[in-house]
Design a protein around this ligand. Structure first.
Ligand code: ADP
Ligand code: MG
Length: 246
């Protein structure tokens, strides 16, 4: 298994007046191609900041990020934007849909950016197919405002998968969902992973963290304090107990 993602001595310090908040405080991480990694940790420990750094939505104050063997932490904004469009899907807890575009337009958006005019019909077909696959095909013409939380998250996932990114970064993708919808969304992520893609998912729900992932990282105070393999079933339960007991 090749390495997809690597960070070395990664730091993100937020300046707050005279003080500084070390949101990410020295993280060395390696994620292999095709891994499904969950990240858990208390609120404020730096999970979102880490994910934003990995996706190029924020910049480290120190350290390096390598994606597919290329150093990316010093890329220009436009290079990052292009890279992200092809390589990374992002799913946020709050969905981040564009409210005045229809569901279909939201999903098409990543496919349209930078696409040649001749690609547009294909983009539309793929967006329609994704929405159908995710069970919200009948909402294509609706505005996001009329959707339930679960429907919005399905649309957000369809959008993240639009360009078939090898890497999916998900920040509490089930944080605002009921348990039935959570199970559905986890099923979608699992299928995505089974198709060979790499998933890094932040969650504070132990069940969500261990259902689909093969590896669990525990964060505290901007650092990774544990990194365990999950073998499903009892292995996952034991790993969690170990984390809680320490
Ligand atoms: P988590 O996602 O684990 O809840 P975050 O990554 O959102 O944690 O935040 C980590 C720390 O960094 C927190 O102390 C938070 O207040 C701080 N922080 C996050 N974003 C900013 C920001 N834009 N400006 C200042 N401080 C921030
Ligand atoms: Mg967060």
């Amino acid at each position: 298994m090749g390495e997809l993602l690597r960070t070395t001595d990664l730091h993100r310090l937020f300046r707050m007046g005279d003080a500084g908040v070390p949101a990410v405080d020295g993280i060395d991480l390696s994620v292999g191609e095709g891994e499904f990694v969950s990240i858990m940790g208390p609120s404020g420990c730096g999970k979102s900041t880490l994910l934003y750094l990995l996706g190029g939505l924020d910049r480290p104050t120190r350290g390096e990020i390598h994606l597919g063997g290329h150093r990316v932490d010093r890329l220009s904004r436009s290079r990052w934007a292009r890279l992200r469009r092809r390589q990374i899907g992002f799913v946020f807890q709050t969905f981040n849909l564009v409210e005045n575009l229809t569901v279909l337009q939201n999903v098409q958006l990543p496919g349209m950016l930078g696409a040649r005019p001749g690609r547009r019909a294909a983009t539309r077909r793929r967006a329609v197919a994704l929405l159908e696959e995710l069970g919200v095909g009948d909402k294509a013409k609706a505005l996001p405002g009329v959707l339930s939380g679960g429907q919005r998250q399905r649309v957000a996932i369809a959008r993240a998968l639009m360009n078939e990114p090898p890497l999916l970064l998900a920040d509490e993708p089930t944080g605002n969902l009921d348990s039935a919808t959570t199970t559905d969304v986890l099923g979608l992520l699992r299928r995505f992973h089974a198709a060979g893609q790499t998933v890094v998912m932040v969650t504070h729900d132990p069940r969500v963290a261990t259902t689909a992932a093969q590896r669990l990282l525990a964060m505290r105070d901007g650092r990774v304090v544990d990194d365990v393999r999950l073998n499903g079933g009892t292995g996952a339960a034991r790993a969690l107990r170990d984390l809680i007991d320490r």
